[in-house]
Ligand binder design. Structure first.
Ligand SMILES: Cc1ncc(COP(=O)(O)O)c(C=O)c1O
Length: 454
């Protein structure tokens, strides 16, 4: 009798994974060659996450357009990862290309405002309903800055986050809750931060009573949230969670910071607009520059007034917020073009419909095998689980099946489809079409046929 987990025989899974690994190696001689010629790079890659793909070496990408990319061996892929949301507007968006090229030709950075700055600020205000904006180069940086402001404004030292959240490589947020509720460094975090209990309190997603207990201590400056968790898989809020959360935070004068870096997939104004959230501060990165490094953080008039007063004070040092290249002219040109030509209501109706069809295809295939798996969707982002949909980050983390994930990813990759690493997620651009969804449905169904023959 063989061991079976999540409905899958593990010996069969291991055999199939080996076969797929051989297929991958045979198909990608040029990527293999480039990987072995990358000795000057740490672990052979320019950034550690690039090792986190299922094959023995990463593909080297030749070019990417719309919803597809081509590797150096000449294979074309349907890209459902889209640079983990960085390219959600589609690779090489023509309007962004033109705007960036034009601005580069006129100078990239001067540490002074460009003409695009106020236009971009106005459009962000219109979309997300917060009147005042500033810029950073990554969502990680923007999160670090808003946490600093929240501490400065409230005079409190701690941040409250959801268990298994991810807001970039921000020390205060790379945490999980221990069984007794205490804060610990996230498992596997490199060079764990100095005792995160001093900076951070952690509550389970969807647990209002835990939020009440955490803020009652009076030392929480702000709560930083994703409206739905997306980085440990999609975990959706229970009905009424956000209303109750806002109410508790209001009663304890705790600032609410909403990070929509991934949840912009819900619509042109993110979950904030879709669900009527009322953040005090707001962060968005990745997508708004269509792949050009930039992030923005917004705030209410009340918060901005206090920050502006602070910034007029010569005694306050600007160190810790900003960065030499933040708000540079090229980034702002990219944001302006993105907001004017992408992320429009029509783009979302197209890509949401594709995500819905993708979810239906996956659901029908696993149901046909009687597997008790599930699929979740948030706008143009969808994902399958090998269990019922989790309600908390801890339940989501416990449900991860690394071996099955790796097999599903490699099977798809060998058949021309790239899924997002770390989980089984697909993201759609307006450049994708029905044929891309159908291709994935067929590949997913064939993986299940191979795993569960007869
Ligand atoms: C919700 C959220 N916030 C912030 C970040 C950090 O973005 P970046 O790595 O571009 O700084 C991420 C990255 O995945 C994210 O998902």
């Amino acid at each position: 009798m063989h061991a079976t987990t999540n409905g899958i025989d593990r010996n069969r899974l291991a055999e199939l994974f080996l076969t797929e690994t051989r297929v991958f190696v045979d198909k990608h001689p040029r990527s293999a060659e480039l990987a072995s010629a990358s000795g000057s790079l740490v672990a052979g890659v320019p950034m550690p996450w690039m090792r986190r793909w299922p094959g023995p070496f990463p593909l080297t990408v030749d070019e990417a357009h719309g919803g597809r990319f081509v590797d150096v061996d000449g294979h074309e892929y349907v890209d459902l990862c889209l640079g983990d949301t960085g390219a959600m507007t589609g690779h090489a968006h023509p309007a962004v290309l033109a705007a960036v090229a034009a601005q580069l030709a006129r100078g990239a950075t001067t540490m002074l405002p460009s003409r695009d700055a106020p236009v971009v600020g106005d459009e962000l205000a219109r979309r997300f309903g917060l009147p005042k904006w500033q810029f950073a180069l990554s969502a990680t940086d923007a999160n670090r800055f808003v946490l600093r402001f929240a501490r400065e404004l409230t005079g409190r030292r701690k941040v409250l986050v959801h268990d298994w959240c991810y807001h970039g490589t921000v020390d205060e947020t790379l945490v999980v809750a221990l069984a007794d509720g205490r804060t610990a460094s996230r498992p596997g975090a490199i060079g764990p931060q100095v005792n995160p209990e001093l900076t951070t309190a952690v509550v389970p997603f969807n647990d209002i009573a835990a939020v009440e207990r955490a803020v009652a201590k009076g030392d929480i400056a702000c709560m930083l949230i994703e409206p739905a968790l997306t980085n440990i898989g999609i975990v959706l809020p229970d009905p009424g969670y956000h209303e109750r959360l806002r109410d508790v935070l209001d009663r304890h004068d705790v600032l609410l910071i909403v990070d929509e870096t991934h949840t912009i997939c819900a619509g042109p104004g993110g979950c904030t607009r879709e669900w009527g959230l009322r953040p005090d501060m707001f962060v968005i990165g990745k997508t708004i520059g269509s792949g050009v490094p930039v992030a923005a953080y917004g705030m209410t008039a009340a918060v901005a007034e206090r920050i502006e007063a602070m910034q007029r004070d010569e005694g306050i040092d600007v160190s810790g917020v900003g960065g030499t290249l933040a708000g540079n002219a090229v980034s702002l040109a990219a944001v302006r073009a993105t907001l004017e030509h992408a992320l429009q209501p029509g783009d979302f109706s197209h890509s949401n419909r594709l995500a819905e069809a993708w979810a239906r295809g996956v659901h029908d295939a696993f149901s046909a095998h009687g597997l008790p798996w599930s699929v979740q969707r948030l706008g143009c982002r969808a994902e399958y689980w090998f269990c019922a949909p989790p309600r908390t980050g801890a339940a989501a983390a416990a449900a991860v099946d690394h071996d099955l994930d790796a097999f599903m990813h490699l099977w798809a990759l060998n058949r021309g489809i790239l899924l997002t690493p770390f989980h089984n997620m697909a993201l759609f651009t307006p450049f994708h079409g029905n044929a891309d969804v159908d291709a994935h449905t067929a590949v997913f169904a064939s993986a299940l046929e191979a795993l569960l023959p007869g």
